[in-house]
Design a protein around this ligand. Structure first.
Ligand code: NAD
Length: 276
């Protein structure tokens, strides 16, 4: 049975872990040829091995890339085209949330710059070279991972991360308009809090986890596969009339004013920064 991404070629960044890993396996299952890209070379090879073992050979390749380096992103896109002949889907998903990212007073410039270089410039470079390749394929779908913090004010200070994800939303919207007539669609994926290493390393006690869950109407962390399923929809032709959206996959978080129990979702104690 042909899959939902039959005959398509996809690049997925951040493919060694979390959302990127799940999306790599899912996209391959649905018939795409997948270029799994990540800074973590050993991790990305494991993703390729998983695809080979679970689905079959010659469906995926791994590429080591630092998305904050323009020449490396160009090389990534060139590799996809030379190996698989075209590019239809670019999932700019890799990102960092630095442990030293803090509020306006405490965030150091090097943390700000590093976060912007990866989370914003990395997405820009991914879009830039994907556009050039997709023009030759007659169009495509570009999905950029943002976050719920781009939409909602978070009282947990992580200023550079929040600003970077806001930039991803704004950039994605503009690109969607500029390239709409070229049949290149752009959408942002806005995950809620997920049970992936990125967030669980940060919310490293049960108390911190429960504190965060107060905000989520569905009362649980999201799973990476739930983001991958949404990315699959945005990548496939099923979403052919959808471009420029902030696609929220967040357990209802960004729609919440009170919890289902009627409690305010955001009770912020005075010592909030210490409690989370
Ligand atoms: P993760 O940490 O599990 O995976 C991120 C991957 O990106 C890692 O494999 C890492 O090696 C890779 N990476 C980091 N810097 C890179 C670089 N410079 N070049 C190439 N690869 C690099 O995280 P995840 O939870 O799967 O997050 C994926 C995306 O989702 C990120 O953009 C993140 O900001 C976003 N997001 C996550 C959550 C969450 O709760 N986990 C919530 C909202 C948004």
């Amino acid at each position: 049975m042909p899959g939902r991404l039959a005959n398509k070629v996809a690049i997925i960044t951040g493919a060694a872990s979390g959302i990127g890993f799940e999306a790599s396996v899912l996209f391959a299952k649905e018939g795409a040829k997948v270029v799994c890209a990540d800074l973590n070379e050993a991790g990305v090879q494991k993703t390729v091995e998983k695809i080979t073992a679970a689905i079959g050979p010659n469906l995926a390749i791994g590429v080591k890339v630092d998305i904050s380096k323009e020449d490396q992103v160009k090389h990534l896109v060139d590799t996809a085209v030379s190996q698989f002949g075209r590019l239809d889907i670019m999932f700019n998903n890799a990102g960092i949330m630095h442990p030293e990212d803090d509020n306006a007073l405490n965030t150091e410039q090097r943390i700000w710059d590093l976060t912007m270089d990866i989370n914003v410039k990395g997405v820009w470079y991914g879009c830039k070279y994907a556009i050039l390749a997709m023009r030759k394929s007659g169009g495509g779908s570009i999905i950029n991972t943002a976050s719920f913090v781009a939409i909602m004010g978070a009282a947990t200070p992580q200023l550079a991360y929040t600003a970077s994800k806001g930039a991803v939303l704004a950039m994605t919207r503009e690109l969607a308009m500029v390239h709409a007539r070229e049949n290149i669609r752009f959408n942002s994926l806005c995950p809620g809090p997920l049970r992936t290493p990125l967030l669980m390393d940060f919310l490293n006690t049960e108390e911190k986890k429960q504190r965060r869950l107060v905000h989520v109407p569905q009362g649980r962390f999201g799973e990476a596969i739930e983001q991958a399923n949404a990315a699959l929809f945005l990548a496939s032709d099923e979403s052919s009339y959808i471009t420029g959206t902030d696609f929220r996959v967040d357990g209802g978080l960004a729609s919440a004013y009170v919890t289902p129990e009627g409690e305010p979702t955001g009770p912020v104690p005075k010592n909030f920064a210490e409690t989370i």
